[in-house]
Design a protein around this ligand. Structure first.
Ligand code: GLU
Length: 287
């Protein structure tokens, strides 16, 4: 689906108001799209039914417009495309690359806590110990049919075997482009579909980046390690691999990354306090 010219995207999750970190990412995407002679799309990543709120979507659009950023229509809202993610998930299940996992977070925690050697994924979460990987298929199907809540996990060993030794991507920044080797195995049997929806962030993002013809993904460094998993999913699903740039995160005065949950000042707060879009742009280096 590439048009020949670069396509970037800004893809916020509407579970809070945008803060300066989002503004930086949105402005950087727009600036790069401009300089590369391409365009930047907006995508609303609202797969989380509990945390995504329509008010936050309206807020995102208003905050971006206030900053002077507009986007081509239609703006994709992931919650409206669950059947597409379900189809991608079913394909992986049908190929024996994903299995249902009935373990609760508490059960996994208890199991991994008793083993001080448990390796962790790049987010510091103990790797799934594989409890449900070898469940009898008939038993698992029966439990799922009875409505026993379950996630779907990628069978990492099977996935690596199926995808072959293909994994890497081009990372780009001001200094140029370089090849980065990906190591998806460090995520273990990652969750690719949550209990409540037939996808996870990882599956939906690779699906949509391909569908929307995204050629350059520019996002925060907190998602750099996840790219290893994304590259594997792209190989499994036969999707193109965009170029990636992972920008530094903005930190608060205490050196913590800005976050909605830690109550970092939102763009709406700054607007209320009389700051202008020009001041925000200048503060973030986009004057
Ligand atoms: N929706 C993700 C977030 O708000 C960003 C996803 C991405 O850029 O790949 O953190």
């Amino acid at each position: 689906m590439t048009t020949g010219s670069p396509v970037l995207r800004f893809a916020p999750s509407p579970n809070g108001r945008l803060h300066l970190g989002h503004a930086y990412s949105a402005l950087l995407n727009a600036d790069l799209a401009d300089r590369m002679g391409g365009l930047c799309r907006l995508r609303i990543e609202d797969i989380d039914p509990a945390r995504s709120k329509p008010d936050f979507i309206d807020g995102i659009v208003a905050d971006l417009a206030w900053l002077g950023l507009t986007y081509p229509e239609p703006v994709r809202r992931q919650s409206q495309h669950m059947s597409s993610y379900r189809a991608a998930l079913s394909g992986l299940i049908g190929r024996g690359l994903a299995y249902p996992c009935f373990c609760s977070r508490g059960q996994i925690r208890a199991r991994t806590a008793s083993d001080s050697e448990s390796p962790c994924d790049p987010d510091g979460v103990p790797l799934y110990p594989g409890t449900c990987r070898h469940l009898d298929v008939a038993v698992a199907q029966d439990r799922a049919a009875r409505g026993d809540p379950h996630t779907w996990r990628l069978d990492m060993a099977a996935a690596l075997h199926s995808a072959g030794p293909t994994h890497g991507y081009i990372a780009f920044d001001e200094a140029g482009a370089r090849r980065v080797a990906a190591d998806p195995a460090r995520w273990g049997d990652a969750v690719i579909a949550r209990r409540d929806v037939p996808t996870s962030y990882h599956l939906a993002v690779v699906h949509d980046d391909a569908l929307e013809g995204i050629t350059h993904v520019v996002r925060g460094r907190d998602l750099e390690a996840a790219t290893d998993l994304h590259v594997l999913l792209q190989a499994l699903l036969g999707l193109p691999v965009p170029h990636y740039r992972h920008h530094p995160l903005l930190l608060d005065p205490a050196g913590e990354k800005l976050s909605k949950s830690r109550g970092s000042q939102s763009l709406a707060d700054l607007r209320q306090a009389g700051r202008t879009p020009g001041e925000i742009r200048a503060r973030l280096g986009f004057a």
